[in-house]
Design a protein around this ligand. Sequence first.
Ligand code: FES
Length: 150
Amino acid sequence: MASTAGVESSVFVGKEDDIIQSKRKTAVVHGRHVVVIYHEGQFYAMDMHCYHAGGPLHLGDIEEINGKLCIVCPWHKYKITLAEGEGLYQGINPQAPKSSAKWCSKGVKQRTHCVHVRNGDVYVTLSDLSAGIDSDYYQSEEYRQTLKKA
Ligand code: FES
């Protein structure tokens, strides 16, 4: 497991007005690549690389699915809730194959982080890293090494 020492402190990622205008901002927080998203009056932060195969979530569209705002990964269109990092998929009941597909949850797959605004400055605090989440792999040194070899 990676060391988590010191990662609990918040890190300045940009000016509130700038992020509201651009709606997206990528940043490195304690060595972790995150995207800060401003949408409908709220800030969100999550790991920037998609839990499925490392896709660039900062380039994804936002859709509302089942009343939850989701980022849609531009690579394979996985839907991830902005607030919780939950992976959503459409499932069909095999006992009733003619019924329409329903949105279901895979559970939390993408690590989300806390965003705070103080005096017009936006800060991100990483979530508790002690328990692994799927998107962690795309923040790892192992993954960075595979990119260098590609
Ligand atoms: Fe995001 Fe595949 S990398 S859906």
